[in-house]
Ligand binder design. Structure first.
Ligand SMILES: [Zn+2]
Ligand SMILES: [Zn+2]
Length: 396
């Protein structure tokens, strides 16, 4: 790929990238209901000469580009959905939809994906193999990637490698994270119901107080990560909601809790879930209560393949320079790119999008989230360069 400088070409596309991003930012859509966004994507890719399939996994878009000669297939992925958050912003491109905003940067991911698609289409004749673009709905917890896989997104052709990225607002603009191994955690959702026996607040001996039992359960759960998980490993067990009781003088019959478990290792995950059950058994039995535990496996961990990470790392160095590709500690947030990465050798990257001086560093999922749009050409060049490097067999 010595002849191709995708960074310079992507910088020349800056105006178009910003226009795409701002249009999407003004018109955010939730979950699987991304018909306008998917329409923009499908139309643009069609105009670029891609073979386009729509409504894959309900509302996803799959597009294929043929290179000038036979070769492997590389997949590039972007996610399209927004979040149910009321935006707080003075920007001219503030969301037009009350209560909905792009607070995770997926508007940027779509623009980056379309930018990479533009760059690769221009150079299709020079590239071997094929490029498969996947624009997915419902990344934010609703299983959009799994829905697209189930609907054949990886079936024809089956990709030999996959790359994806996330704009990241704690990484400064100009930096890229591209490394082997764990990057984002597996996520489970937990729902625990404690069942006691309700009664009069002044007659506790006639009851089993679900609130008191829940207090014991909550403190027992704190020992799992601190006492049962190997300190060299990583796990988070958070109980985010506790709901129970109806009045000051009524002992509650039931309490419901919801929480999340984040892990990287399946062994650690099993340890936590086993201990959770043992503690619930012991604490509730000892106090005369019962419980129900429901575990929903939401997303598996994003573990970057070493060979693909090397290609991604070289691409990142080519796009932003060696000094700007630091190692980053794995993140406890999750990403359903893992649905692709567990089936195809893959690398997921972080593209720095923070600019503290301009106030563009609010955290993801915050109502003031916004990022430095100069990250858009970096992301587009990064995806195009990684794809071209893989297709060329890892050559420079
Ligand atoms: Zn998000
Ligand atoms: Zn996201």
């Amino acid at each position: 790929m010595t002849g191709l400088d995708f960074r310079a070409e992507a910088e020349a596309l800056q105006g178009q990238l910003i226009a795409w991003r701002r249009d999407l930012h003004q018109h955010p859509e939730l979950g699987f209901e991304v018909s306008r966004t998917a329409g923009v994507v499908a139309r643009t890719l069609g105009e670029l000469g891609y073979e386009v399939r729509t409504q894959v996994g309900r509302s996803g878009v799959v597009a294929l580009l043929h290179g000038g000669r036979p070769g492997p297939t590389v997949m590039l992925r972007a996610d399209m959905d927004a979040l149910p958050i009321q935006e707080i912003s003075d920007a001219p491109y503030v969301s037009c939809v009350p209560g909905v905003m792009h607070a995770c940067g997926h508007d940027g991911h779509v623009a980056i994906g379309l930018g990479a698609a533009t760059l690769l289409a221009r150079h299709a004749a020079e590239l071997p193999g094929r490029v498969l673009f996947i624009f997915q709905p419902a990344e934010e917890g609703d299983g959009g990637a799994a829905a697209m896989v189930a609907d054949g997104a990886l079936a024809d052709p089956k990709p030999d490698a996959a790359f994806g990225l996330h704009l990241w607002n704690t990484v400064p603009l100009g930096r890229v994270v591209a490394q082997a191994g764990p990057l984002m955690a597996a996520a489970d959702t937990l729902r625990i119901t404690v069942r006691g026996r309700g009664g009069h607040g002044a007659l506790p001996h006639q009851t089993v107080d679900a609130v008191a039992v829940t207090g014991q359960v909550l403190s027992a759960l704190q020992t799992i990560v601190s006492r049962n998980v190997d300190p060299q490993e990583t796990a988070v067990l958070t109980i985010g909601t506790v709901h129970g009781g109806t009045a000051f003088n009524v002992i509650a019959e039931t309490v419901e809790m919801q929480g999340t478990l984040r892990t990287f290792s399946p062994v650690v995950r099993e340890t936590v879930l086993t201990r959770l059950q043992v503690l619930l058994d012991g604490v509730t039995a000892g106090l005369g209560a019962k419980y129900e535990l429901k575990v929903h496996e939401m997303t598996s961990a994003v573990i970057n393949d070493p060979a693909m990470a090397e290609i991604a790392h070289l691409a990142a160095v080519q796009v932003v320079g060696k000094a700007a590709v630091p190692w980053h500690a794995p993140l406890m947030v999750s990403e359903d790119f893992s649905e692709f990465a567990r089936r195809v050798p893959a690398c997921f990257m972080l593209v720095g999008s923070a600019n503290a001086e301009l106030g563009l560093n609010a955290p993801h999922h915050n109502p003031r989230f916004d990022f430095d749009e100069r990250a858009l050409p970096i992301g587009a060049a990064l995806l195009a360069t990684a794809a071209a490097r893989f297709l060329e067999g890892g050559q420079i």
